[in-house]
Design a protein around this ligand. Structure first.
Ligand code: SAM
Length: 189
């Protein structure tokens, strides 16, 4: 199955509504970011779809989701890896990490974990390397700490200064960076 069909199937299996605050659920069909409190958002569906297609997750991949927020992208990634994979969501706002985890736990995704990020540590180096890294907050420059957590052959999709960057770590350590469309995100802290 192509990656766009697999992403479509993941969207069908994981309802965005389960990852929204009650007062935002009436807007579930709107293609825009929706508030999840703490000045953060559940991302715009079209943006999530584009990022997941670029990320090209394979069955069985080990994946890191930086800025798991509501847990929606984390659950979508869990659908894409399937039970032979492993997904780690990290979220810097502790209350959101707890809420996002409880949202993910509505689904039987036992290979998916959501944890509160350590404010001094970007990503989750303790579980690295990852085949795929999704970052849902905007960096001012490409964070070397996250590139270091990519496996050889791994890929990261991350917004950097208003553009999405697709970062491929090649054998031998070479890193390719391709910049695609323009997107607005909350800042990576
Ligand atoms: C656009 S929002 C949430 C997107 C999320 N994937 C979703 O679908 O709900 C981005 C999240 O990144 C979090 N964040 C920002 N900097 C972070 C960091 N250094 N580590 C982990 N999370 C971070 C924010 O708190 C926010 O919840």
């Amino acid at each position: 199955m192509s990656i766009d069909s697999r992403v479509r199937a993941a969207f069908a299996a994981v309802s965005r509504e389960d990852f929204l605050l009650e007062e935002q659920r009436g807007y579930v069909g709107d293609d825009r970011p929706l508030s999840i409190g703490f000045h953060q958002t559940n991302s715009q569906p079209t943006t999530v779809r584009n990022m997941l297609e670029l990320l090209d997750v394979h069955t069985g991949d080990r994946v890191l989701d930086v800025g798991s927020g509501s847990g929606w992208t984390t659950a979508l990634l869990g659908q894409l890896t399937g039970e032979t994979g492993e997904v780690w969501g990290v979220e810097i706002v502790p209350e959101l990490a707890e809420w996002g985890r409880s949202n993910v736990e509505r689904y039987p995704l036992t290979w998916v974990s959501v944890i509160a990020a350590d404010a001094d540590v970007l990503g989750l180096p303790a579980q690295a390397p990852y085949d795929r890294i999704l970052v849902s907050a905007e960096a001012s420059e490409l964070p070397a700490d996250l590139v270091d957590q990519l496996a050889t052959g791994g890929r990261m999709v991350i917004p950097v200064r208003g553009r999405l960057s697709v970062v491929d770590r090649r054998p031998g350590g070479h890193v390719d960076v391709r910049r695609v469309g323009h997107y607005a995100f909350v800042p990576l802290r």
